[in-house]
Design a protein around this ligand. Structure first.
Ligand code: FAD
Length: 393
């Protein structure tokens, strides 16, 4: 027996994009149903992004005190670029008067889920969307299976695919699950979480002859660090001592504070933008629409920037019967998406050592790094992009 649910907006995916969208719609008086194939516990415990742009934090402020980004997160007014053994601080406050917050994505998700459930949101875990039907009509439907494997249909005025990089909604919008502009990279990040005090107060992005490393933090007792590796690296291939050696040799000049490593993962890099962001009454946001390599810390922030635009478009459509903002959504969102794609690609190429890099390439890269850190304009470009462009840019 198929259960049918009717709502104004059906949202597939309870990541940052889907949950924030349901919050903004609710503020405008628009009901939604949010489904996610994972359990609440899984969603709230998966380690992913860590850097929130200032505009993201300001949008999360609209949740009220349940958002702990400012209280439990840490404001960062700069980062360090390290090359040729020397650190160069990019001072965000001095360059652009903005900041970022270090606050893990799974904590953002805990806040969002608590806020949504507190408001009585219809939020269903363990529900897997299989496809979306009738996109070209004003009654699109999500065809799904609930947590018990029973068929479920959600009929809505609009369906939003916020279902991440392996989106099923994308096939409805673009005609194929892979329909998009795509670039792969010949390296990946080996990420660790360890129990240790911070090695640095701010993030260190280090370019070294042995490859890139990022020294990041999570809390006073847990740290997150990454080093450049081959995409096919097996996480079990390194002993703890070897992992510390790999990290340390890429961050000359800073003695890393070591401690037990309790999580390791390999994060492959891709740049992707779907050919289409909307078909009829189905729209894509976040990783369903695009993926960036993590070097610029843009993924979650870009998802949230899409949501800001789409929420305004759905408000105009569903409250005023005005479809113009939804018509404009793909073009408007694409402006920021491609700026973020460029910045993420640029930070990646600036800091990593390609496997086939020649001496010329290495020296040119150092020249590029000097162009950035020794110029007020170079520092300002990086600071503006890293902290996030204004919401209308
Ligand atoms: C290791 C790592 C580090 C990162 N660091 C940063 C960073 O520092 N800063 C930054 O901004 N970004 C970062 N990112 C990227 C960031 O995590 C993503 O861009 C962000 O999660 C995108 O949010 P989203 O809501 O679009 O998608 P997701 O967070 O992927 O959420 C999609 C949801 O949809 C659900 N779903 C998928 N398919 C279905 C289906 N068929 N039916 C029902 N539900 C479905 C999934 O279970 C998931 O919960 C990082 C990513 C990784 C992996």
């Amino acid at each position: 027996m198929t259960t049918t649910v009717r709502t104004r907006v059906a949202i597939v995916g309870a990541g940052p994009a889907g949950l924030l969208l349901s919050h903004l719609l609710d503020r405008a008086g628009i009901g939604s149903v949010v489904v996610d194939q994972r359990s609440r516990d899984d969603i709230e415990s998966t380690i992913r992004a860590g850097i929130l742009e200032q505009g993201t934090v300001e949008l999360l402020d609209t949740l009220g005190p349940v958002s702990r980004a400012r209280t439990a997160g840490h404001r960062h007014d700069g980062i360090e670029l390290r090359f040729e053994g020397e650190g160069h601080r990019i001072d965000f406050a001095a360059s652009v008067g903005r900041a970022v917050w270090l606050y893990p994505q799974h904590e953002v998700l805990k806040d969002l889920i608590a806020a949504r459930l507190d408001r009585g949101q219809d939020l269903r875990f363990g529900v897997t969307a299989e496809r979306i039907d009738d996109a070209g009509t004003d009654r699109p439907r999500v065809i799904a299976r609930d947590a018990d494997g029973q068929p479920l249909e959600i009929e809505a005025d609009v369906v939003v695919g916020s279902d991440g990089s392996r989106s099923v909604a994308r096939a409805t919008v673009t005609g194929s699950s892979k329909g998009g502009y795509f670039r792969e990279y010949p390296f990946a990040w080996f990420g660790i979480l360890c129990e240790a005090p911070p090695s640095s107060e701010e993030l260190i992005y280090s370019n070294s002859p042995d490859g890139f490393a990022l020294v990041s933090q999570r809390s006073d007792t847990v740290q997150r660090m990454y080093f450049q590796c081959d995409p096919d690296t097996d996480t079990a291939a390194y002993s703890e001592a070897q992992l510390w050696d790999e990290l340390q040799k890429r961050v000359p000049g800073t003695e890393l504070k070591q401690g037990p490593i309790f999580q390791r993962d390999v994060l492959r890099f891709r740049s992707f933008v779907a050919h289409e962001l909307r078909r009829g009454r189905v729209a894509l946001v976040g990783d369903a629409a695009h993926t960036v390599p993590p070097t610029g810390a843009k993924g979650m922030n870009l998802a949230i920037a899409d949501v800001r635009l789409l929420a305004a478009a759905l408000e105009a459509l569903l409250l005023e019967d005005d479809e113009r903002l939804l018509d404009a959504y793909p073009a408007t969102a694409s402006r920021r998406i491609w700026k973020a794609q460029h910045f993420s690609w640029w930070m990646t190429s600036l800091l990593h050592v390609a496997p086939d890099a020649t001496d010329f390439d290495r020296r040119r890269q150092i020249g590029e790094l000097r162009t950035v850190v020794e110029s007020e304009h170079g520092r300002a470009y990086l600071a503006e992009a890293y902290c996030g462009w204004p919401s209308d840019a």
